[in-house]
Design a protein around this ligand. Structure first.
Ligand code: SAM
Length: 212
């Protein structure tokens, strides 16, 4: 029988902190969210492996380190409103919900959105709203966002995401063709002033629909 709490703390130490990501709030959030409750039952004992894992509908729950890296890069603060594209299991949304004020997360596969919503409700994340739909156009009704994070890769930066960033807002997304993606951080410094920085090479499922 796996001691999930011990495995989680081990993951935080060896997969995140020892890779140089030592922001206390991010480590605390990663230590608090039970990843074993977001993976399929048959994979529970692998919940703290240093890897992405399959979930339903041929999708994946991201590697813990990448979830932490994206949350850190987004510089989330308690008062922030965050948009996530690609809810998947809801795991990253749960991590961000511990760092930000409110998380709106969009998933194009309705049954994944439904199960993530139920899971997040059961775990008491009242500040997460799960929407079923195409997130490539962002969420105009809730904009502007202090941070937008995409868990699906796109060849180009969807213009709606840039437009829906608050001034000072951060967009973290995998950019480039499948197999050659870089995780990038785009900061909106002014109305038409965006700065882009490359963080690390990544491998995410493709963004489908709209501009994906
Ligand atoms: N954040 C998730 C987690 O913590 O489990 C991982 C998500 S998985 C890597 C990427 C997700 O993006 C998939 O569930 C996929 O269905 C979704 N996706 C792809 N294109 C999308 C789109 N245009 N709008 C919303 N979701 C999309």
């Amino acid at each position: 029988m796996v001691d999930y709490r011990a495995a989680r703390l081990n993951m935080v130490e060896y997969q995140i902190a020892r890779r140089g990501l030592t922001e206390p709030a991010v480590l605390e959030a990663m230590a608090a969210v039970p990843r074993e409750k977001f993976v399929p039952t048959a994979l529970r004992d692998r919940a703290y492996d240093d890897t992405a894992l399959p979930i339903a509908h041929d999708q994946t729950i991201s590697q813990p380190y990448i979830v932490a890296l994206m949350a850190w890069a987004a510089e989330l603060e308690r008062g922030n409103k965050v948009l996530e594209i690609g809810t998947g299991s809801g795991y990253a949304a749960a991590v961000m919900a511990r760092l930000a004020g409110r998380v709106v997360t969009i998933e194009r596969i309705a049954s994944l959105a439904d199960s993530a919503r139920a899971r997040l409700n059961k775990l008491g994340h009242a500040n997460v709203q799960v929407i079923a739909g195409d997130g490539s156009a962002g969420c105009e009704a809730e904009a502007p966002f202090d941070a937008i994070l995409s868990a699906a890769g796109s060849r180009t930066v969807p213009s709606a995401w840039k437009e829906q960033l608050a001034i000072g807002g951060r967009l973290i997304m995998p950019l480039g063709p499948f197999g050659d993606q870089q995780l990038v951080k785009i900061v909106r410094n002014g109305e038409n002033d965006y700065a882009r920085k490359t963080l690390v090479a990544v491998r995410f499922v493709p963004l489908l629909g709209g501009t994906g």
